[in-house]
Design a protein. Structure first.
Lengths: 163, 274
C-alpha cells in the first residue's frame, strides 16, 4: 500500500507492505536507526516515537496506520546540529550509558515536559514508566529531567536518594 | 517480523459492516484492529495469523466519548485509555473508570490501547472490565443484520472468548447515567508499575446503597459480584468475592495467594471507599 507520511518535518511517499511495522519502516526504509527495537512487544519503549503528537511504541503500529500522519523521532530532536535542552541535560548528568534506550527515553521526557513543565520525581517516574533503562538505574535520567526543568537543587537531594 | 496479511481501513460504518459480513469467509482469519497493543503482539508471537486486518479507527463516528443524562457515557471503538483519563465527564462522574484506566500498562500503551480492545480481548486480567462491570455498562454490538445490546456481565464467555459473533463489531460501550457519581476504587497487584499483567485486580463501587465488585485475574473471565448492600459486613462481602472467583496457580503466583490478595483488596477498598 502507498503511504504518505511526514517524518521530522520531511514528507515521504513510499510503498509499504501491510504487515510492516512503523518501526521497521523508519529504520529500514527511511534509514532512521535512532529508534531502536528492544522487546518488540510494547514493554521496553526503545522504539518510542511521536505519532500525530502522541508518544507510541512504533513496534506496535503498522506503517500503513501512519498513512497521512506526522511522525517525530529522535533524529528530529537536535536542531541544526545542536543538542536540545533535554539531550544536553542527559549528556551533563551521564543519563546515557549504552545509549540503546536513550532515543525512546528522550521522546518520553519531551512528552512529559510538554504536559508538565515541572514534574515531581514521582511524576517523572510515571512519565518514563514505559521506557526501560538497564544501565543507569534511572537515577541519572531523573536528575537530568529535574535539571532541565529547573528543579535540581538541595531541596530535592533527599528525595533523589530514595528515587 | 510479522507474517503477511491484508489491511483494510474502512471510512464508513456500512463499509465495515459489509466487510464483517464477508468475514464468515475468513472466519478467524480476519481481525479487527484498534490500538493494536494486543493484536500486533499476538501476530508477532504467531498466536494470531489473520489473513486480513480491519482497522476500525478511521470509521466515521467511531471516535470520541460523549456524555448525556439520557444516553449515559458512550465510549466508541477508537477511544484510547489516555482519552478516558482526560475526559471531563469520566473524571467528574465515573472516577472508577479513570482509576482502572490509570493502572493499565505504560503511558505510550495508554496512548494507543483502546477501551474497546481491552474488553474485546476478554483477557481475564482486563483492567477496564472491573470498572465496566461495577458500573453496569452495556456493550452495543452492530452487524449488517442489526444491533443488539448486552450487559458486560453477559459479554465475557471464557478466556479470550466473548459473546461477539464473527460479523459483529463492538460499536459502543455505554455506561448508564444511573451509575454516575458512584464512589469506587481499584487495586491491582503487579510486580512493576507500568508493566506486567495484573496478578489480581479488584474494583469496588458504592451507589444508592448497593455495593458491587469487579474482579480480574481470578477466574476465566473478569467477574462481577452483585447483590450486596453498602451496609453489609466485611465478612459477607469477602465471602461473596471468594465464592465468585476460581483462580488458578500459574507462573505469576499460586491460587491461594490470589485468593488471599482478593480478600485483602476487598477489605482495603471497603475501608477506603467511604
Amino acid at each position: 500500500m502507498r503511504i504518505r507520511v511526514v517524518v521530522n518535518g520531511g514528507a515521504y511517499e513510499r510503498d509499504v507492505e501491510e504487515h510492516r511495522t512503523l518501526l521497521r519502516f523508519l529504520r529500514e526504509d527511511l534509514g532512521l536507526t535512532g529508534t531502536k527495537e528492544g522487546c518488540g512487544a510494547g514493554e521496553c519503549g526503545a522504539c518510542t516515537v511521536f505519532l500525530n503528537g502522541k508518544t507510541v511504541n512504533s513496534c506496535m503500529v503498522l506503517a500503513v496506520e501512519a498513512d497521512g500522519a506526522e511522525v517525530e523521532t529522535i533524529e528530529g530532536e537536535a536542531e541544526g546540529g545542536k543538542l536540545s535542552a533535554i539531550q544536553a541535560a542527559f549528556d551533563k548528568h551521564h543519563a546515557v550509558q549504552c545509549g540503546y534506550c536513550t532515543g525512546g527515553m528522550v521522546m518520553s521526557v519531551r512528552e512529559l515536559l510538554r504536559k508538565n513543565p515541572k514534574p515531581s520525581v514521582a511524576q517523572i517516574k510515571e512519565g518514563i514508566e514505559g521506557n526501560f533503562c538497564r544501565c543507569t538505574g534511572y537515577q541519572q535520567i531523573i536528575e537530568a529531567v529535574l535539571d532541565v526543568s529547573g528543579q535540581l537543587g538541595p531541596e530535592n537531594q533527599g528525595e533523589l536518594k530514595y528515587a | 517480523m510479522l507474517h503477511r496479511f491484508g489491511y483494510a481501513a474502512p471510512a464508513e460504518r456500512q463499509e465495515l459492516l459489509d466487510l464483517l459480513a464477508e468475514r464468515a469467509e475468513y472466519g478467524a482469519g480476519a481481525k479487527l484492529l484498534a490500538g493494536g497493543t494486543d493484536l500486533l503482539v499476538n501476530i508477532r508471537a504467531g498466536a494470531s495469523k489473520p489473513a486480513l486486518v480491519i482497522d476500525v479507527k478511521k470509521v466515521a463516528g467511531f471516535s470520541g466519548i460523549s456524555w448525556s443524562e439520557t444516553e449515559g457515557l458512550v465510549i466508541r471503538p477508537a477511544v484510547t485509555i489516555n482519552e478516558v483519563l482526560r475526559d471531563a465527564a469520566v473524571l467528574s462522574r465515573f472516577p472508577l473508570l479513570a482509576d482502572c484506566a490509570s493502572d493499565l500498562a505504560s503511558y505510550q500503551i495508554r496512548n494507543r490501547a483502546t477501551v474497546a480492545g481491552n474488553v474485546v480481548n476478554a483477557s481475564p486480567c482486563s483492567d477496564m472490565a472491573p470498572a465496566l462491570l461495577c458500573l453496569g455498562a452495556r456493550a452495543l454490538l452492530a452487524s449488517s443484520r442489526g444491533e443488539r445490546e448486552l450487559p458486560f456481565a453477559d459479554f465475557f464467555r471464557g478466556v479470550k472468548k466473548t459473546a461477539i459473533r464473527p460479523d459483529e463489531v463492538l460499536e459502543r460501550i455505554v455506561v448508564p447515567a444511573s451509575s454516575a457519581g458512584a464512589r469506587g476504587g481499584y487495586r491491582k497487584l503487579k510486580r512493576i508499575a507500568g508493566h506486567d499483567l495484573g496478578i489480581v485486580g479488584v474494583a469496588l463501587s458504592r451507589k444508592d446503597g448497593r455495593l458491587r465488585l469487579g474482579i480480574s485475574s481470578s477466574a476465566p473471565t473478569p467477574v462481577l459480584v452483585e447483590g450486596l448492600d453498602e451496609g453489609d459486613p466485611v465478612e459477607k462481602v469477602v465471602a461473596a468475592a471468594r465464592k465468585a472467583i476460581s483462580p488458578i496457580s500459574d507462573v505469576r503466583c499460586s491460587r491461594e495467594y490470589r485468593e488471599f490478595m482478593v480478600e485483602t483488596f476487598v477489605k482495603r477498598l471497603m475501608r477506603e471507599v467511604a
